[in-house]
Design a protein around this ligand. Structure first.
Ligand code: NAD
Length: 466
């Protein structure tokens, strides 16, 4: 199709975990729109144009292959992309600031700001700018100020359209969203821009799932959604600590509590704590905003969600060391999984990183296995001192190990031959299930000493069959 035949040109700036998959889904459902994804990273773009996509997400590859070269393009020519675009999605990273004022809490907005300046410099016609990145409330105001500064006569209409997909189920979430949230200015041009975006989503999203709102509420809703999800994880994890010392079983508690229709059953699984690129940074962002507006008790409330998450990982390692006779020095410990959740290779802020560092400080010898995350794991731990081996085969990784610690609930870890694994491990053999993912009774029956989150220990030391 020549450019003239496309209904509209869409550009997405930022070809990451959000930009790549969201644009692929749009390209699939809107074959008459030209969708171009650009990035400053040549390596990322080259991989989007190859068979070895830069991210793993179930269902992504076949959808990319269906549209790539037809109406979906990946490029590093950012300025040309901006010039040609009618609608620009901004999907760059918004990490936690590591320097200066607000370090460790506020969002580092430099990537957003650089993007805005570049859009302004390369635009010769009016455009709709869609905030896809997660940003602090009122970020659209900053964007607008930068875009409309100086003597540029081009008009930019800014929309907020936060992304709610979860990695691992990203394609499914985007194709079947609970809602599509669009925030706009309540002006004729704001409403017109909003309707342009609705026209895209309505190709596959039922109208009743589109939620329209003002800009600030839309921006804040994304932070609040992540904060509430993380809060549920911390809530059940705080209870798991109590279960371990009282003999209650956290899964039983969650089952009973979750039956209450006011509470519901989702996000009530105890585990190692949340990870990923978003929860921690978005709660920190919320905390910073509360502090900025002088609402210290609200900031303290959300800070506790993070504190419980850290406590959960520390408790896990403490329990490992205590169970293994108070020392793991020179013991081989095999981590099953490293990604922050299954069905993704993403390891950003994965609990496995924190747990690895704590175990290495205790001088354990670490073997890490994961079906998709070993390259990322290697990068995460490259500056950490100690013995670390990366082994894709879980059987080899567990050979001669004193303990297995399950970090990620990959499906395939359920169907491994644990008898074969047990036979080749040091005895007594320990298994610490950080995700309550495995069949604990079966493992215990095989001879393992099994420790699961929020559950009584299943050890063989008293009835001694070792
Ligand atoms: N990952 C998720 O699950 C998820 C879910 C919802 C929302 N979000 C939000 O979406 C945003 C993007 O997240 P992500 O996980 O895709 O990040 P990412 O780091 O995977 O991707 C961001 C990309 O932007 C590129 N980039 C940075 N500055 C640029 C610039 N000036 N010009 C062009 N490209 C630039 C980077 O090179 C990178 O490839 C963040 O704000 C995040 O909070 C993420």
């Amino acid at each position: 199709m020549s450019d003239k035949q496309y209904v509209k040109n869409i550009l997405c700036i930022g070809a990451g975990y959000v930009g790549g998959p969201t644009m692929t889904v749009i390209a699939n459902f809107c074959p008459d729109y030209k969708v171009t994804v650009v990035d400053i990273s040549r390596e990322r773009i080259d991989r989007w144009n190859s068979d070895d996509l830069p991210i793993y997400e179930p269902g992504l590859k076949e959808r990319v292959l269906k549209a790539r070269g037809q109406n979906l393009f990946f490029s590093t020519d950012i300025d040309r992309g901006i010039d040609e675009a009618d609608i620009i999605f901004v999907s760059v990273n918004t990490p936690t600031k590591t320097f200066g004022e607000g370090a460790g809490r506020a969002v580092d907005l430099q990537y957003i700001e650089k993007t805005a300046r570049r859009i302004k410099a390369s635009s010769k016609s009016d455009k709709i700018i869609v905030e896809k990145s997660t940003v602090p409330v009122r970020a659209a105001e900053t964007l607008s100020k930068i875009l409309h500064s100086g003597n540029n006569s081009v008009h930019f209409e800014i929309l907020s359209n936060p992304e709610f997909m979860a990695e691992g189920t990203g394609i499914h979430d985007m194709e079947n969203p609970d809602r599509v949230l669009i925030g706009s200015m309540d002006t004729p041009s704001g409403r017109a821009a909003r309707d342009e975006l609705i026209k895209i989503y309505e190709r596959w999203v039922p109208r009743e799932k589109m939620v329209t709102s003002d800009l600030w509420s839309s921006e804040l809703s994304k932070l609040v959604s992540n904060a509430f999800l993380a809060q549920r994880i911390s809530s059940i994890n705080s209870i798991s600590a109590l279960c371990e010392v009282t003999g209650a079983d956290v899964d039983e508690v969650a089952r009973a509590v979750g039956k209450d229709s006011r509470i519901g059953p989702k996000f009530l699984r105890a585990g190692l704590g949340f990870g990923g690129s978003c929860f921690r940074k978005d709660i920190l962002n919320l905390i910073y905003l509360c502090e900025h507006y002088g609402l210290q008790p609200a900031a303290d409330f959300w800070q506790q969600v993070i504190a419980i998450n850290d406590f959960q990982m520390q408790r896990f390692v403490h329990r490992m060391v205590a169970a293994m006779f108070n020392t793991v020095a020179d013991k081989k410990i095999t981590l099953f999984g490293f990604a922050f959740k299954p069905d993704t290779g993403d390891t950003r802020d994965s609990p496995a990183i924190h747990i690895s560092k704590m175990l290495l400080k205790e001088r354990a010898r670490l073997w890490v296995t994961d079906p998709h995350a070993l390259n990322n794991a290697r990068q995460d731990l490259e500056d950490v001192e100690g013995e670390i081996v990366y082994e894709p085969d879980p059987y080899k990784a567990a050979e001669g190990a004193h303990a297995i610690a399950l970090m990620t609930e990959w499906d395939q870890y359920r169907s491994l031959d644990y008898r074969r694994i047990f036979d080749r491990m040091e005895k007594p053999a320990f298994l610490f299930d950080g995700r309550n993912h495995l069949d604990h009774q079966a493992l215990f029956d095989l001879g393992f000493n099994v420790y699961a989150v929020g559950k009584p220990d299943r050890t063989r030391f008293n009835n001694d069959s070792q």
